[in-house]
Design a protein around this ligand. Sequence first.
Ligand code: ZN
Length: 283
Amino acid sequence: MKLQSYQSANGPRTAVQLGDQLLDLHDANPDIPCDICEIFQRDRWLDLLRETVKQGGTTFPIDSVTLLPPIPTPQKIVCIGLNYADHAAETGDSIPDKPVVFNKFPTALAQNGDTISLPRVSQQVDYEAELVVVIGKKGKDISRENAWEHVAGYCCGNDVSARDWQFLPPARQWFIGKTFDGFAPIGPCLTTVDEIPQPVTLDVSLRLNGQTMQHSNTRQFIFDIPTLLAWVSQVCTLVPGDLIFTGTPPGVGIGRKPPVFLHSGDVCEVEIEGLGVLKNTFR
Ligand code: ZN
């Protein structure tokens, strides 16, 4: 199923996308909460949604409402650096023997179609196509074996990065370089976990103004999704709606000769097999 969050007078609502139509889940079945993160906390929520879609209800055109990021208010945005061996090589880093973890604030969130502001204080804004894992079930010290139970679904993501801030001397500062407002677009919807076979082997690509800059497959991950959930949840409790950006493949702007950075009017499209296209303009 493809899920969307959209704005209503009473706050965010959740809908299933059926072609170019939306079916509001709470309207179709009042037992289903309005908020997507609360839906994930229901027992057998996928079955409940499937039954509701089967029963049907009144639909409305997707362009008749204001869409929100599929997860409008995540508590945490956790990001993994250097999770593709060939990307580590292009940045001059060695292949990590444990996950490299940083984060973004939820204020960095943006959605499909948003225009993202290029900060005046950076001249080196770069793109990073990434698979985003959405947590569905709360967990601490999650085992690799049980990790899939904690996944609600997936989105495309762009880990937008100001390289001049990320590598600002005297030390590397990944967090501050990657958490500018708008630097965490996700979308174009949430694809539920049941639609994607495990292990997750999806083509990931990024086009800049129509030209392919990144193209790889998540089978190239150094650390797979269960390993990442186990690693991060040793430290902090993961809760429904938390986002895990899983790292980017080679082809980022800073790895090119000469380097490529984003300019006003540039359009980035992140496409992941089965998840759709996340498109954002920079200005
Ligand atoms: Zn990244």
